[in-house]
Design a protein around this ligand. Structure first.
Ligand code: UFG
Length: 320
């Protein structure tokens, strides 16, 4: 049985959908940003905080949990700058409580959702895992802190972990039943699609003077289902003891500018977007593109969805 913390969120719910086909799943989520209807009906849902030691004791006593997958974090870069306490409390403090409960209940396997934001402003075109970590916002710092805690827990308490550093997750499940839904929405692809559905006046493009071919920021978009599949491979690796205590980037290895993403959305939907060009958004690096060589070589992961397919799946979900 696997405990998925944050299984009602966008990424967590995609993982649960894949995982229930092979494992019994317990989801712990406080529904602060997730939605109960996103949780696959085959999973057991418990509403609560990951930092609640009583609930954790109950779960680890009642269920034979062999691994924990942790998706329950606050993840808005801008908010982390204005309200760092929330980020350090939830992303680090509560995670520490979860890890200590695991140690006390002898649960040794942990998969952690980390982020490309740990790298800060990269100085290479393709970011691999040997690049230095230099996060430029509290969000990235909290994720890096947990990575460091995990290394210490591995050596002191024999915890086995895999860290997955996500680039830009997008797209919706092929079933059309779950997709990206944040309130407020800040992510590029859902914002464009909401606009093309008539739910927003226009799209604001943040910055046209970056050092990129068309002046807008370049990102590496990865489909939520591809991401979920990487987590399943990571889980197999931990449970079969073929990999442990590793960090992997998760991206497609292809960069697309904001303008290119808008154009692709226009093509997929056959609609024309109204765009306003505004100032840069604080904290945006010009270009973030992953090298996924390590995860491909060591976990055998290959992404299935390109940008057009990612947007098609998201459009299918948003249309519903
Ligand atoms: N953008 C716009 N207009 C918008 C929204 C976004 O121009 O209305 C631009 C952003 O400035 C950025 C790009 O589109 O250049 C992508 O922005 P997102 O907000 O969709 O995603 P981010 O790259 O900022 O952040 C995502 C995750 C973070 C994570 C980061 C790591 O949301 O949690 O990837 O790569 F830290």
């Amino acid at each position: 049985m696997i405990l998925v913390v944050g299984g009602a969120g966008y990424v967590g719910s995609h993982l649960v959908k894949e995982l229930v086909t092979e494992e019994d799943v317990v989801v712990l989520d406080n529904l602060s940003t997730g939605f109960e209807h996103l949780i696959d009906s085959q999973a057991t849902f418990i509403k609560g905080n990951l930092g609640d030691r009583d609930i954790l004791n109950k779960i680890f006593t009642e269920y034979p949990i062999k691994a924990v997958m942790h998706f329950a974090a606050n993840s808005l870069v801008g908010e982390s700058v204005t309200n760092p306490y929330k980020y350090y409390e939830n992303n680090v403090g509560a995670t520490l409580t979860l890890l200590k409960a695991m140690v006390d209940h002898n649960v040794k396997n942990f998969i952690f959702s980390s982020t490309a934001a740990t790298y800060g402003i990269p100085h290479v075109d393709l970011i691999d895992e040997t690049q230095p970590n230099n996060p430029i916002n509290p969000y990235g710092k909290t994720k890096l802190m947990v990575e460091q805690i995990l290394a210490d827990f591995a050596s002191a308490y024999q915890m086995n972990y895999i860290v997955l550093r996500y680039f830009n997750v997008a797209g919706a499940h092929q079933s059309g039943t779950i997709g990206e839904s944040h309130d407020p929405e800040t992510h590029l692809i859902p914002i464009i699609l909401q606009h093309l559905l008539g739910q927003r006046e226009q799209i604001s493009v943040f910055g046209t003077d970056y050092d990129t071919p068309d002046g807008t920021c370049i990102r590496d978009y990865i489909h939520a289902t591809d991401l979920a599949k990487a987590h399943i491979l990571a889980l197999h690796a931990l449970l079969n003891d073929t990999q442990k205590n590793k960090i992997y980037n998760l991206g497609n290895g292809n960069g697309f500018s904001v303008r290119e993403v808008i154009e692709t959305c226009e093509k997929v939907t056959n609609k024309k977007a109204k765009i306003e060009f505004v100032e840069r958004r604080e904290g945006d690096p010009a270009k973030l593109v992953a090298s996924s060589d390590k995860v491909q070589a060591e976990l055998g992961w290959t992404p299935q969805f390109n940008l057009t397919q990612i947007i098609e799946s998201a459009w299918n979900w948003h249309n519903k």
